[in-house]
Design a protein around this ligand. Structure first.
Ligand SMILES: Cc1cc2nc3c(=O)[nH]c(=O)nc-3n(C[C@H](O)[C@H](O)[C@H](O)COP(=O)(O)OP(=O)(O)OC[C@H]3O[C@@H](n4cnc5c(N)ncnc54)[C@H](O)[C@@H]3O)c2cc1C
Length: 323
């Protein structure tokens, strides 16, 4: 992806943020010949990206047209990674998404093999949409991305974007962008997942039911465990990330009530999705913003990174401003 099209003149670029968005953006810009330094307050397991179920699926991200284009680009790149780099923790699963009727979902344009299955969905809906979806294991994928970088990630909390060195600064700070930009459109959406032993859950099929966001259910198999979710709760940024045991029980109950048989509970994790009415991907002076990916950071990362690369190259999507 990053190597497609003509190359930009090499620049010194600082990417702020080492979640999936920052690391993917850094890899794409480095592939394009730039000198890239990532700076982050936290990395790896301490990011929101480490908590994600990390199934490719456009969810809780806007606007639809751009989200579909970014998702489709990411799908192609994640499919390539799954086929060529097993150590990156990406595998191709069959996804089955619950539906009440046969109307195409809004994300249909990003899915080349989408097919409607007649007959009930395993989580209890009358129909399912079936498609091939990459599933990413954050504990393998984030280190794999980091390992591609020529310069190790520098651990440091940036007090302001103006204080950061570089010809260009890419702001991939997720929820941290609120403090750095004053953007009050950015919202924290609490999510929680249970991690269980596989039990009798199919190892290659991911299930989702997002028809009612207040009773969201998903079952995402990893190589050695299953992730069961979930919830979407608007929250303050300082909401404690200690998982609520009652919520974990409720999520497991929903899945068991559908007749599925997950194994022993191994643990639970919680995180805050950085949601914005529209993902912010635009230039502001020396800064290119790339944040607000909501519940779809893994789904959008490669498409958005490729657009950052294009913005850097030709100044498209730029706005006025001097940071
Ligand atoms: C329960 C749950 C399930 C999810 N499931 C999925 C899924 O199945 N599929 C999917 O695609 N997405 C999913 N998501 C969403 C996904 O996790 C997010 O969209 C994604 O992690 C956002 O990535 P990010 O890199 O923008 O943010 P983060 O991972 O939060 O990274 C932000 C980075 O910026 C750094 N930073 C912030 N402020 C500063 C500062 N001032 N100075 C220096 N560094 C700073 C942080 O330290 C960190 O390194 C899920 C999220 C949750 C919570």
């Amino acid at each position: 992806m990053g190597s497609s099209g003509s190359r930009a003149q090499a620049q010194q670029i600082t990417v702020v943020g080492a979640g999936v968005i920052g690391l993917t953006t850094a890899v794409v810009l480095q592939r394009d010949g730039h000198r890239v330094q990532v700076i982050a307050a936290e990395r790896g397991e301490r990011t929101t990206s480490a908590v994600a179920a990390a199934l490719w699926h456009p969810f809780q991200a806007d606007p639809p047209e751009r989200v579909n284009a970014w998702s489709r680009r990411s799908l192609d790149e994640l499919t390539r990674i799954a086929n060529e780099h097993p150590e990156a923790g990406v595998d191709l699963l069959t996804a089955r998404e619950a539906a009440d009727d046969t109307r195409l979902p809004w994300w249909a344009p990003s899915v080349p093999d989408l097919a409607l299955e007649p007959g009930p969905h395993p989580l209890g809906a009358p129909y399912s949409w079936r498609f091939t979806a990459p599933r990413i294991e954050p504990s393998l994928h984030l280190p794999w991305l980091e390992a591609q970088l020529d310069c190790p990630v520098r651990i440091e909390r940036v007090p302001s974007l103006a204080s950061v060195d570089g010809d260009c600064v890419v702001n991939c700070t997720g929820l941290g962008a609120r403090a750095l930009t004053g953007d009050d459109e950015l919202l924290a959406l609490y999510g929680q997942v249970a991690i269980v032993e596989p039990g009798e859950i199919h190892p290659d099929v991911a299930l989702g039911d997002e028809r009612d966001e207040t009773a969201l259910v998903y079952v995402v198999p990893r190589r050695r465990e299953i992730v069961i979710g979930g919830c979407v709760v608007p929250s303050s940024d300082d909401r404690p990330l200690t998982p609520d045991p009652e919520l974990t029980d409720a999520m497991l109950q929903r899945v068991r009530a559908a007749g599925l048989k997950p194994g022993r509970l191994l643990g639970a994790r919680a995180g805050l999705r950085p949601y914005r009415r529209t993902v912010r991907l635009e230039r502001e002076g020396r800064v290119i913003h790339n944040y607000g990916h909501g519940g779809a950071g893994y789904t959008l990362a490669w498409g958005c990174a490729d657009e950052v690369r294009a913005v850097l190259q030709d100044g498209k999507a730029s706005t006025q401003g001097h940071v």
